[in-house]
Ligand binder design. Structure first.
Ligand code: ADP
Ligand code: SF4
Length: 663
């Protein structure tokens, strides 16, 4: 078979006065690191440049203390110290021949300014995103100040070594608020409201002395303005900008999870910008296939293949395409766990790439691992995400690996969960690792091998990793109730494992979600789509509440509503009689009853740690993944990776390097 010619993707492209070495463009994306983690950030961005991304951008970078998004981590270019902070990143990006870009940002009324305690600024005086206070209505002087701050930050960006400087007019932040007007209905035409952007673009060019590419990040559609008005705006901005970084107005679409949004799905909405403006265009679309990338460039949709998530899941994606190793790409699964780090205010993590965010603090590299400490054999029991990742890394380190799996197929929970509605891309967690294992000679895989403690001893392996997973509890114990719920051991109770194994309730069913991530709603969706009358009950205030962190919560609620699922919030189950459930209000404790004979409790999981209990006194045995502590897939992958990387080393994973001033 001929290797496709991807050389077009590796052509240099000019962005005003600077030239990107290729078309791979890591768009600005949040990292949960920001100004408090400059070394963590620099090392992470460096790995992207090393992996072949021709342009590597910062996350949102505040221009002034009136734009403070605490507790969400963001960069800052407020002063000389920030210049040093950000230079740490540009130096490392430049070391690999890539361009460094900075997304100058003012949050306007979206920023609560919790840390700086300045009054938020806004076109109107309206509430901030999350807090019970409002913005100050900006006057002419405020606008002058904004321009001066932006200009000064652009000058600092040049000092810090950036090659591309953004004017950021998207995602409902201040400049997008200007485009939206003051909501009075008497606003100026859009093109006139764009004057501030034209001023900022010109002033950014002036401040950077014509040495930097000037980019604008902007939405190319908007439900409140006509396509013609948007296009006229883009045309008016064109002479002032070197690059359009285009997005769509619906954030849940732009960075939608794979459960609800397909890859490369924005072409219809952004495809006209390049021709309209005559300027280079970058856009995203969770691209992981080089053929799709090439097609977008060839069709004239994009000049640059924009990526946040694909560059997180595989910082070496461009290098792998360049070197004819596309089959080794660790493809993003579209789960948005990376985004949850920012919401939690902690450094980014990724389901597919366990080294993400650990480049500096643990010294992990996504593509290289230390050689094994001795020519020894490791038995891994269980082939879910933890066992597969551990086997992959151990074999890469040079250990001889025996991988035993009770089932007839590899993949553990991922194999089953990827069959849930919308989650098919999650199978990439298994596929990437199985592909890798197939290239390692020193791995022996034993399917249909349900190992006992004696079997394990008989292998004579030097080390044993128990990756035996977990199973969903049947008795309703969980976050809300830590004792078994009365009656929930009845036969009419099916666990998520039963459903995933193909069991189906007959007739109406209650899905009780005390887990709050995807499992409860996905089971509800599955059963509703198969014709069961489903009632979804949760003690939480909203459906799948944890998934606000992955952006998908509104889509989950909408999907259940569309399917006719009855949604009951703020109720916990207190008992089950076999055909009737007693519910308690989370706030008042008041009781109500609901008739139903089928219940699926999605509450918590029990580690499958029987082998661990039998073997824990023996040397060189450890438990990993869900067997160690049940969690999300990202944690299982991470734990398998950690255990495999640290085997035979003094590292324990317990010490976490933090950024502090060293005197
Ligand atoms: P994790 O998320 O920690 O990787 P999973 O639940 O996805 O865990 O996978 C655990 C895997 O371990 C399952 O595929 C299961 O069949 C397998 N397993 C459990 N017990 C044994 C055993 N005694 N011998 C072999 N495989 C086992
Ligand atoms: Fe993709 Fe999920 Fe990794 Fe984010 S966390 S980059 S969505 S695989």
């Amino acid at each position: 078979m001929n290797t496709p010619d991807y050389s077009t993707l590796f052509e240099p492209v000019k962005i005003g006065p600077v030239t990107a070495p290729n078309r791979f463009y890591q768009v600005p994306h949040c990292t949960g690191m920001g100004y408090t983690h400059p070394m963590t950030l620099a090392a992470m961005r460096e790995v992207k440049a090393e992996g072949g991304w021709g342009v590597v951008n910062t996350e949102y970078c505040s221009i002034h203390p009136t734009s403070d998004d605490t507790p969400y981590p963001h960069c800052t270019l407020w002063d000389a110290q920030d210049v040093r902070n950000m230079a740490a990143m540009t130096e490392r990006v430049h070391a690999h021949g890539a361009l460094a870009g900075v997304e100058l940002w003012h949050g306007g009324r979206r920023s609560s300014n919790l840390h700086s305690r300045h009054a938020p600024l806004g076109v109107e005086s309206l509430p901030t995103s999350n807090d019970p206070w409002q913005s100050r209505r900006m006057d002419r002087q405020d606008i002058e100040n904004l321009r001066a701050w932006h200009k000064a930050a652009a000058a600092r960006a040049l000092q810090a070594g950036f090659d591309i400087v953004y004017v950021y007019a998207a995602h409902t932040y201040l400049l997008a608020q200007f485009l939206d007007g003051d909501g009075s209905g008497t606003a100026q035409p859009l093109i006139e409201r764009g004057q501030l952007l034209r001023d900022l673009l010109q002033e950014t060019r002036d401040a950077t002395q014509g040495k930097c590419g000037v980019a604008i990040r902007i939405e190319v559609d908007n439900e409140d303005t006509s396509t013609t008005a948007r296009d006229d705006l883009l045309l008016s901005l064109s002479p002032f900008t070197d690059l359009f970084d285009v997005t769509v107005s619906d954030y849940a679409q732009e960075m939608g999870v794979s459960r609800f949004v397909e890859a490369a799905s924005f072409e219809q909405r952004i495809g006209h910008v390049r021709q309209l403006t005559g300027k280079p265009v970058v856009g995203v679309g969770r691209f992981t296939s080089p053929d799709t990338m090439l097609a977008q460039v060839r069709r004239g949709v994009l000049d640059f293949i924009g990526a946040a998530r694909p560059s997180i899941a595989d910082p070496f994606l461009p290098a792998k395409i360049r070197d004819g190793r596309s089959d080794e790409i660790r493809e993003c699964i579209g789960c948005n766990i990376c985004y949850a780090g920012d919401g939690h205010g902690v450094p980014i993590r990724c389901t597919q790439n366990p080294a993400m965010g650990e480049e500096w603090r643990r010294g992990w590299h996504p593509e290289t691992v230390p050689a094994c400490h001795a020519k020894e054999t490791v038995l891994v029991v269980g082939s879910g995400p933890a066992g597969l990742e551990a086997s992959h890394i151990l074999s890469r380190r040079g250990y001889t690996v025996l991988l035993a799996e009770a089932e007839e197929e590899l993949g553990g929970r991922v194999r089953r969960e990827a069959t849930l509605p919308g989650l098919s891309e999650w199978i990439r967690v298994r596929d990437y690792r199985v592909n890798q294992l197939n290239t390692h000679a020193a791995v022996s895989i034993y399917l249909a091998s349900n190992m006992t403690a004696d079997d394990i001893a008989a292998t004579g392996a030097d080390h044993v990793m128990l990756a035996t997973g977990s199973h969903w509890r049947r008795d309703g114990r969980g976050r809300t109730t830590n004792v078994a719920l009365q009656g929930l051991q009845e036969t009419a109770v099916l666990t998520p494992d039963d459903i995933l194994a193909g069991d189906r309730p007959d007739g109406p069913v209650i899905v009780y979600d005390d887990d709050n991530y995807y499992m409860g709603s996905a089971i509800a969706e599955l059963l509703a789509s198969k014709g069961n009358a489903v009632t979804y009950i949760t003690p939480s205030t909203m459906v799948a509440s944890w998934s606000t962190l992955t952006t998908e919560q509104p889509q989950v609620h909408q999907r259940l509503a569309e399917l006719g699922v009855t949604i009951v919030l703020n109720r916990s189950i207190s008992s089950f009689s076999g055909d009737e459930l007693e519910l308690a209000c989370t706030y008042t404790g008041s009781k109500s009853r609901i008739t139903c004979s089928n219940v699926v409790p999605v509450t918590s999981r029990e580690p499958n740690d029987g082998l661990w209990q039998a073997l824990k006194e023996r040397p060189n045995v450890q438990r990993i993944g869900d067997c160690n502590a049940p969690g999300i897939i990202a944690q299982a992958v991470y734990d398998g990776h950690r255990a495999a990387r640290e085997l035979g080393s003094a590292e324990t994973g317990i010490t976490v390097k933090r950024e502090r001033v060293c005197l």
